[in-house]
Write a protein that binds this ligand. Structure first.
Ligand code: XMP
Length: 516
């Protein structure tokens, strides 16, 4: 594999994913792993991630310098670059001025990892430490105002360092740098594909599960659909899916799961309609985390009840249900505080809501993947496009898109407004350009309007289309005005009680994608 050594970066898994995008298999390891253990994995190359520490501070994490003599090509990114410089005798110090965000660099664009880069370009930096002088044997490949050595290379030992974050999409030619390193400098050939991963997972699941029975919760979304289909390929009819209709889905979604998905895959499905229970449990609740908690808990309870019925039924035939499939993706794991030392932003319900005394063992075949990788796998598995390309939708559903108390009437109103917005976006051919578009009802905000010569005092609907590649960061989507006009006209005409439509123009960060 290519090892990505995590120095506590926010983006370590992102680096691992960029490596996979270059069709090279990668694994993430902690910086505390002894170098001998790293080398025992026979890495084709190693990448040091960024991290929050400053290399010259006493507690800063280090690396045994023998790694540099192991003959393995190494790329250090940000902290990783500074670490490489420090360990090998370069001059590293606090920067007079940090560089955060878009920064222009001057690049020797004929060489090594920067081959093919523009001589002057804007990249994404985030550092308060600078390398004043590269170590012996290194040439400087780039400089910026606050980074005298913004990129460096020792081609003899195949050691490379880069100060900016080439793994984030805000660095335009970042992927190019990673590919130069892997393919041209380290000489690694393509050895990974989602299809390969899929086959590996199917084999692994088949082996681990043996003759046991498996259950899986379907949500209507691409993640659980792909996870279920993958497991179905591995264990066939040993899998039963459970679909809890919590009444917080969008128009047409219940039908999509109950008929279309089952038809496409042939998977056994048990549906539970618990919509009334969920709405009454949410009565009077307005605080977002409280809503999430209630939905998460009730969801688990409902699911467990259905599961224990399945367990009982199956048990009569002498088999055991031991496994639970979850469509957890990497961003879910990180944002629920599941990465090493990352903060809880929101309790995502497919991770945070799991009971501690879980009777099942978990199968999470998509846990290391991002959405677009999951989509590729879905397509390989033969799932229909409408399923694979369905835009992400949060587990707690429309409940977290009603700011204020959730009621049946408000759900119906929002469901219609959301369907209208989706219809117009589809008509305009925007489905694949937009990552997702929350439509939000501000139930506790009222404004004055005039409709048919009458004064109205109604609620606004927020349209929040965004562009993203992994939901970790997002930009607001520049929707053509005619599409906005059509959405606004139709919602105010067709949804009684809505007299205003507003457009959310905030990126993530600082906002999150959902309003709650
Ligand atoms: P935020 O709002 O945190 O959303 O920027 C990031 C992505 O996650 C989706 N989301 C969820 N997905 N369970 C899920 O399965 C949840 O509880 C949940 N909350 C948010 C959101 O739609 C976006 O794609």
């Amino acid at each position: 594999p290519v090892l990505v050594v995590d120095y506590g970066a926010q983006y370590a898994e992102l680096i691992a994913r960029r490596v996979r995008e270059a069709h090279v298999y990668s694994e993430l390891v902690a910086h505390t792993m002894p170098v001998d253990e790293m080398l025992a994995k026979k890495p084709l190359a190693i990448i040091f991630s960024g991290g929050p520490a400053s290399v010259y501070e006493p507690d800063a994490p280090h690396i045994d310098p023998k790694i540099f003599d192991a003959g393995v090509p190494i790329l250090g990114i940000c902290y990783g670059c500074q670490l490489m410089a420090e360990e090998l005798g370069g001059d590293v110090d606090k920067a007079a001025m940090g560089e955060y965000g878009k920064t222009s660099v001057e690049v020797d664009n004929s060489s090594y990892i920067l081959n093919g880069s523009p001589a002057e370009q804007t990249v994404w930096m985030s550092h308060g430490v600078q390398i004043n002088k590269a170590p012996e044997g290194f040439v400087t490949l780039a400089t910026s105002p606050s980074a005298p050595v913004a990129a460096m290379a020792d081609p003899q030992r195949k050691l490379y360092g880069i100060q900016w974050h080439c793994e984030v999409k805000h660095t335009p030619l970042g992927q190019n740098i990673i590919e130069n390193f892997l393919h041209n400098e380290a000489g690694i050939e393509d050895n990974w594909s989602p299809k390969g991963l899929m086959e590996e997972q199917i084999e692994k699941i088949r082996e681990e599960v043996g003759d046991d029975q498996v259950i899986c919760g379907l949500s209507g979304g691409v993640d659980s659909a792909v996870a279920a289909t993958l497991v179905h390929k591995a264990v066939g009819d040993q899998l039963t899916c459970v679909f809890v209709n919590h009444g917080l889905l969008r128009e047409g979604e219940v039908e999509q799961v109950q008929h279309d998905f089952v038809q496409a895959t042939g998977i056994k499905l048990k549906t539970v309609d618990a919509s009334e229970e969920f709405v009454s449990a949410l009565k009077g609740v307005t605080e977002p985390e409280a809503k999430r908690k209630i939905i998460g808990d009730l969801f688990i309870k409902t699911f467990e009840k259905a599961a224990s019925q399945i367990v009982a039924e199956v048990g009569e035939k002498g088999a055991k249900v031991k496994w639970l499939v979850q469509g957890t993706l990497y961003p879910d794991v990180v944002e629920s505080g599941g990465g090493s030392g990352t903060a809880v932003i929101k309790s995502h319900h497919n991770v945070g809501g799991l009971p501690e005394n879980l009777e099942f063992k978990l199968i999470e075949p998509l846990r290391s993947l991002f959405k677009d990788e999951v989509r590729q796998i879905g397509t390989h598995l033969g799932l229909p496009d409408y399923m694979v390309w369905r835009q992400p939708f949060p587990g707690p559903g429309l409940a977290i898109r009603i700011v204020g108390e959730v009621t049946q009437d408000r759900l119906n109103l929002l469901r219609r407004a959301d369907a209208i917005a989706r219809e117009e976006m589809t008509k305009a051919g925007l489905d694949r350009k937009i990552w997702q578009c929350p439509v939000v009802l501000l139930a506790n905000v009222h404004s004055v309007g005039v409709q048919g010569d009458e004064r109205t005092y109604g609620n606004p609907i927020v349209i929040r289309p965004i562009e993203s590649s992994d939901a970790m960061t997002a930009d607001w989507f520049h929707m053509p005005y005619d599409v906005l006009t059509a959405i606004s006209n139709r919602i105010t005409n067709e949804c009684r009680g809505i007299n205003r439509v507003v457009y959310d123009v905030t990126s993530k960060p600082p906002a999150t994608i959902e309003w709650e």
